[in-house]
Design a binder for this molecule. Sequence first.
Ligand code: DC
Length: 234
Amino acid sequence: MQKITIAIDGYSSCGKSTLAKALAQKLGYNYIDTGAMYRAVAVYALQNQLIDSNSKINENELTAQLNNIDVAFSFNPHTKTSETLLNGVNVEKDIRTMQVNDVVSKISSIKAVREKMVALQRLMGKNKAVVLDGRDIGTNVFPHAELKLFMTADYDVRAQRRQDELQSKGQYFTHEEVKQNLMSRDYDDTHRKENPLTKAKDAIVLDNTDLSREQQIEYVIKLIADMQLVLDKV
Ligand code: DC
């Protein structure tokens, strides 16, 4: 079987990472959560007082400090998932807070931040056999990925999923608060100047509003199997 690159893009809380992780595990591929990388930069900015109480980011200072920011992943054999490291410290919990949700889209729209993260993502994925999820993977990071998926789902379903996820970590917000946060992040992600979220022309749309996790995996594994038949002939 040929090793391929799988690019999964789409809106916030559409189940991209759940699908990406499951695919990586099934195929024995590496998984790169590119959103986690922007979240780690947001944690750095918060820890270093580069965001004021009105959520205004000190972009010049953050850009000047980019060389001090090292983002990496480390595999946790107990949970069988990779966890995010910021300057060698595990920040997997810190990157999933509402405080980070509120600022991460703005952080990810800073040109220098994107350039650094995209370069790192290309390096991490250069040997193929990789699943990446994010907003610009199929359009910008790996425009030649063999399989591109664009995920979407109904707003209320997405808000419910995110609310459940936050609640499981002891963070309580109303459905409406979570939904508003998703809507505002979608707006920022699709309207920013640098590599906004758009569907790559050759991406396959996967609307998972009414699909179980298993149905989605089954569907994509079938796509990959069909694709291998074509690739093996080349
Ligand atoms: O997938 P996520 O919610 O963890 O992503 C966090 C933020 O990072 C999201 O608001 C958009 C941004 N992002 C991006 O701009 N490009 C990517 N490749 C991945 C995430």
